[in-house]
Design a protein around this ligand. Structure first.
Ligand code: AMP
Length: 438
């Protein structure tokens, strides 16, 4: 019988995993350099956790199932809702801000295509408990520093949903209707927004706003001033513009490059205010590698005290793809040492280190284990290939040293240490081996 992978899933080879692990290690270093701490939450949750507020796009694509006791469960499609749930039940007592990061697989029943999978990984961060715009700016700096550390070229866009929400609210739309409109805007379905806004003047005001962009500091201030005057009378929208301006100023001061794009919307309906995303050229239709923003109502909605929060998630698989696309290489980890017996025969020799009888191969296993305990990464060939074959494999794999173990040297308590790069060989006492390898 032959089995295939479920649609939209992938297998990762050792070389894929080497790359993925390296990228994750870099992200973790940056998250931790900002004093964010890692958490984990279950891969499945109560379905209601996501149907409550995550928005139509998420709920339509849930992998749901009933367990044997009839509970409605689903595979998690994202992690912000889980973090908010965990915060309310476990972390609310912690000193604010609570700074958390996570990495793990998410599941969405989407139509698979390049860069869009049914099982994909996100690495994300959440900063909980601070309303000040300094928190929004810190989250953006964190995302930008992660991308810079990886060496990626990217485009960062910022916006503030309070501007659109403020307008829509003044046009008389309820919060649910606003969520629907934001969902449509996120999918670039501006025409359908006309069904929600009856007055042409109001529709045109919104359409005009969605087209506004700026890319330099001078442009940012000019743009924000222009829209403030265009939206005169819409108090909530003007307030949101002021909030965005503060974040923009702080990020300009930190020399972060970005675009203010008021056409940026976010499909997840718990976002209330500041939002941002990151795109990478060349990834095709699925070019967004990161999305984030402020969600000040979610924790209260999940039964906690009103608690402001801001966060983001990287689409990890897209980051991996983007790095490949931009030809960014990474240091490959390799075995440091190959321990090679010259014979796999069953003849024994007396080892002077402990006076016991060993086959050469068994003594090689002992040396390999000792070196591993000393912290070296050691390969020992259980398949028993010939010496010549093992040496050429070690050389191809970029191994630094071969420790060659033969019966004659072993009886004297020695082995041959071969520097794979220079091909230089010398006899070394077994006890001194760890010191001779570096
Ligand atoms: P979201 O949780 O929808 O804001 O998504 C955050 C990030 O996860 C996006 O910017 C994408 O990079 C990534 N992402 C979302 N859905 C998928 C998917 N189906 N396959 C791969 N990456 C995804």
């Amino acid at each position: 019988m032959k089995f295939e992978r479920p649609r939209g899933t992938r297998d990762f080879s050792p070389s894929d995993m080497e790359r993925r692990d390296y990228i994750l290690s870099q992200l973790r270093k940056v998250f931790e350099s900002y004093a964010f701490e890692r958490i984990e939450t279950p891969v499945f949750e109560h379905t209601e956790l996501f149907t409550t507020k995550s928005g139509q796009e998420i709920t339509e694509n849930l992998y749901t199932f009933k367990d044997k006791s009839g509970r409605d469960l689903c595979l998690r499609p994202e992690l912000t809702a889980s973090v908010a749930r965990m915060y309310v039940s476990e972390l609310a007592h912690m000193r604010k801000p609570v700074k958390l990061y996570y990495f793990g697989p998410m599941y969405r029943y989407e139509r698979p295509q390049k860069g869009r999978y049914r099982e994909f990984w996100q690495a994300g961060a959440e900063l909980i408990g601070v309303e000040d715009y300094g928190a929004d700016a810190e989250i953006v700096c964190l995302a930008a520093d992660c991308l810079d550390r990886l060496g990626l070229r990217y485009e960062l866009r910022l916006s503030h949903l309070g501007i659109i929400r403020g307008l829509l609210s003044d046009f008389g739309l309820s919060e649910e209707k606003q969520d629907e409109v934001l969902g449509l805007l996120d999918r670039d379905e501006l025409e359908q927004v006309g069904d929600f806004i009856r007055k042409d003047a109001e529709y045109n005001l919104l359409k005009n706003l969605m087209e506004k962009k700026s890319s330099t500091y001078k442009d940012h201030s000019k743009l924000l001033k222009t829209i403030s005057s265009e939206l005169k009378g819409y108090g909530d929208a003007i307030f949101a513009i002021g909030e965005l301006e503060k974040i923009v100023d702080l990020l300009v001061g930190q020399e972060i490059n970005f675009i203010v794009d008021l056409g940026l919307s976010r499909g997840l309906s718990y976002y209330t205010d500041f939002v941002f995303d990151v795109r990478v050229e060349g990834l095709g239709a699925q070019d967004q590698v990161c999305g984030g923003g402020r969600y000040d109502n979610l924790i209260e909605l999940f039964g906690g005290q009103p608690t402001p929060a801001v966060g983001f998630a990287f689409g990890f698989d897209r980051l991996v793809e983007a790095l490949k696309l931009q030809g960014i290489s990474f240091p490959e980890e390799t075995f440091h040492v190959a321990v090679i017996p010259t014979t796999y025969e069953e003849d024994t020799v007396k080892a002077p280190t402990n006076d016991k009888e060993y086959t050469v191969k068994d003594y090689a296993v002992k040396i390999a284990r000792n070196l591993r305990k000393e912290g070296f990464s050691v390969d020992y060939d259980v398949a028993g290939h010939k010496l010549k074959d093992q040496l050429s494999h070690a050389s191809q794999a970029g191994v630094k040293y071969a420790v060659i173990i033969g019966p004659r040297e072993l009886e004297k308590g020695k082995v041959v240490l071969r520097n794979m790069a220079t091909k230089e060989e010398k006899q070394v006492e077994i006890d001194k081996l760890p010191k001779k390898i570096h």
